[in-house]
Design a protein around this ligand. Structure first.
Ligand code: NDP
Length: 458
C-alpha cells in the first residue's frame, strides 16, 4: 500500500457508513484511521434508529396492557418510569459503543475520538496534528434542522428527546416526516397528550397516498391530535407550566394557541459539511450542503469519497452501510462496487407501523402509464378479541405491461418485518402471478399479500 502516506484511508465520522467502510478497508489490509467527535456508532446507535426502537417498544406496552383484557387477562395497576427507561437505554447504547470500538480495533483501525478537518486533498488535521492520507472518506452524517421562528430556542430536537429528565405530559411535535410521526407515537404510547403540526395537506410526503391516509386515520383513532396545513408561528414561555415546571405556549399560524410541556422540531436534517474544510479542496456541495458524489460515492475531488446522510441520497442506515462497504471494496478490494439505490425498503415505526418498498401508485403511473392496483383492508385477527378498532391496510402496485410487482405497501402490525421479506421478491422482479402462486402461512396478515385477487377500480 501507499507508504508515502500516514494512512491509506482517513475516515471522518464513525457512524454507520464510516464504521463499515473502516472495518472493511482494515480487513482488506489498508491502514485506516477514523475520527469521531461525538460517539461511536453515530446517529443510528446513539440518537436514532436503535434508541428510537427501544422507546417504541416501551410505548407499545400500553397497547398490550389494554388488549390483554379481551383475552381474559386482568392487568393490575401499572405505572411507567421514564428515568428507568432512559437509564436502561443509555446502558445498552454504552454497550453498543464498546462493541463498535472493539470491531474497529479488531480490524486494525486507529480511532481518533476528536473532530477532524480537511487541510488539503491528502492532509487531515485532527487532535492538534496533521496526518497524510491517500484517500479521505467523509461520513459525517447529518444534524437536525429547525426553522428560524421566534422562540425556537425553547424547542428541542430528537437529539435531546432521548435524554429528557422527565416524561412530558403534553407534547407538540413539528414536522410530518419519519421522526415526527415516530416520536408522536412514542410520547403518546407513554401517556402524553400529543399534537403533531405539519405544514402539508397530510404527513409523510413521498409515501403512497393510501398509506398516508390509513396511518393518519389510525393515529387519530388513538387520540393523537394531527394538525395538517398549519405551521408554528411562534413559541413563548408558558404562563401555566405543567407539574414538572416545564412548559411553552405554541402559537400556530391559524391563530390558535395551546400549552405544551415540550415542543420538538422534527423538520428534517442537514448534511454535516460545515467547518469540515470542503472549501479548501473545492469540494462540490449540493444546494442543501450535501457532498455531491457519483455512483461509486466519489466526490468532485478524485481521492475524496463520501457516504451516508452527508451525501443527501437515501438517508437510511442500511444504505450508508452498503455505501461504506462499497467504497472500501472499490478502493482496497479486487473490484469496483456500487450500490443499487432502487427498491430500498423502509419503515416508519408508528402504531401501527408502516412499511414500503418500491414505487408508490402515483410514481408507478407516471413511470409506466398502465398499472394494476390491489388493495386489502381488514381487522387483524388479534383485534377481534382485543376490541381495538385498528385496521390493517395493504397494497400492491403492478406494472400491467409485464405483470411485475413494482410497489408493496402496508400499514399494520409487523409491517416492517413483512415488507422486508417482500423486498427480496420485488428486488428479484417477481410478477403478480408469482405472488399468486405462493401459498400463504395461515393465519397471518402477511398471507394477504399472496391472496389479493381483485383489482381495485381506478
Ligand atoms: P423528513 O425529511 O423525513 O421530514 C421532515 C418533515 O418536516 C417533513 O414533514 C417536512 O415537510 C417538514 N418540514 C421541513 N422543513 C420545515 C419547515 N421549515 N417548517 C415546517 N415543517 C418543515 O425528516 P426527519 O427529520 O423526520 O428525518 C430525517 C431523515 O432521517 C428521514 O428522511 C429518514 O431518511 C431518516 N429517518 C429514518 C427513520 C426510519 O427509517 N424509520 C426514522 C427516522 C429518521 P414537507 O413534507 O412539507 O417537506
Amino acid at each position: 500500500m501507499a507508504e508515502q502516506y500516514d494512512f491509506d484511508l482517513f475516515v471522518i465520522g464513525a457512524g454507520s457508513g464510516g464504521v463499515r467502510a473502516s472495518r472493511v478497508a482494515g480487513s482488506l489490509g489498508a491502514r485506516v484511521a477514523v475520527a469521531e467527535e461525538h460517539y461511536l456508532g453515530g446517529t443510528c446507535v446513539n440518537v436514532g434508529c436503535i434508541p428510537k426502537k427501544l422507546l417504541v417498544y416501551a410505548a407499545e406496552f400500553s397497547d398490550a396492557f389494554e388488549d390483554a383484557a379481551g383475552f381474559g387477562w386482568s392487568v393490575g395497576e401499572r405505572s411507567f418510569d421514564w428515568r428507568r427507561l432512559i437509564a436502561n437505554k443509555n446502558e445498552e447504547i454504552l454497550r453498543l459503543n464498546g462493541i463498535y470500538e472493539g470491531l474497529l480495533l479488531q480490524a486494525g483501525v486507529r480511532i481518533f475520538p476528536r473532530r477532524a478537518t480537511i487541510v488539503d486533498a491528502h492532509t487531515i488535521e485532527c487532535a492538534g496534528a496533521r496526518y497524510s492520507t491517500k484517500y479521505i472518506l467523509i461520513a459525517t452524517g447529518g444534524w437536525p434542522m429547525m426553522p428560524r421562528i421566534p422562540g425556537a430556542e425553547l424547542a428541542i430536537t430528537s437529539n435531546e428527546a432521548f435524554f429528557l429528565e422527565r416524561m412530558p405530559e403534553r407534547v407538540t411535535i413539528v414536522g410530518g416526516g419519519y421522526i415526527g410521526v415516530e416520536f408522536a407515537g412514542i410520547f403518546h404510547g407513554l401517556g402524553a397528550q400529543v399534537t403533531l403540526v405539519h405544514r402539508g395537506k397530510i404527513f409523510l410526503r413521498g409515501f403512497d397516498d393510501d398509506l398516508r391516509t390509513a396511518l393518519a386515520a389510525e393515529m387519530r383513532k388513538r387520540g393523537i391530535d394531527l394538525r395538517f396545513e398549519c405551521r408554528v408561528a411562534r413559541i413563548e414561555r408558558s404562563a401555566s407550566p405543567d407539574a414538572g415546571g416545564a412548559g411553552v405556549r405554541v402559537i400556530l399560524d391559524d391563530g390558535t394557541a395551546h400549552e405544551s410541556s415540550l415542543i420538538m422540531f422534527a423538520t428534517g436534517r442537514a448534511a454535516n459539511t460545515r467547518g469540515l474544510g470542503c472549501e479548501r479542496v473545492d469540494l462540490m456541495l449540493d444546494a442543501a450542503g450535501g457532498v455531491v458524489v457519483d455512483n461509486y460515492s466519489r466526490s468532485s475531488v478524485e481521492n475524496i469519497y463520501a457516504v451516508g446522510d452527508v451525501t443527501n441520497r437515501i438517508t437510511l442506515t442500511p444504505v450508508a452501510i452498503a455505501e461504506g462497504r462499497a467504497v472500501a471494496e472499490t478502493l482496497f478490494g479486487k473490484r469496483a462496487m456500487r450500490v443499487d439505490h432502487a427498491n430500498v425498503a423502509s419503515a416508519v415505526f408508528s402504531q401501527p407501523p408502516l412499511a414500503t418498498v418500491g414505487l408508490t401508485e402515483s410514481e408507478a403511473r407516471e413511470k409506466f402509464g398502465a398499472v394494476d392496483i390491489y388493495k386489502s383492508e381488514f381487522r387483524p385477527l388479534m383485534h377481534t378479541l382485543s376490541g381495538r378498532g385498528e385496521r390493517t391496510f395493504m397494497k400492491l402496485v403492478v406494472d400491467r405491461a409485464n405483470d411485475r410487482v413494482v410497489g408493496c405497501h402496508m400499514v399494520g402490525a409487523a409491517a416492517a418485518e413483512i415488507v422486508q421479506g417482500l423486498a427480496i421478491a420485488i428486488q428479484c422482479g417477481a410478477t403478480k402471478a408469482q405472488f399468486d402462486a405462493t401459498i400463504g402461512i395461515h393465519p397471518t396478515a402477511a398471507e394477504e399479500f399472496v391472496t389479493m385477487r381483485e383489482k381495485a377500480s381506478p
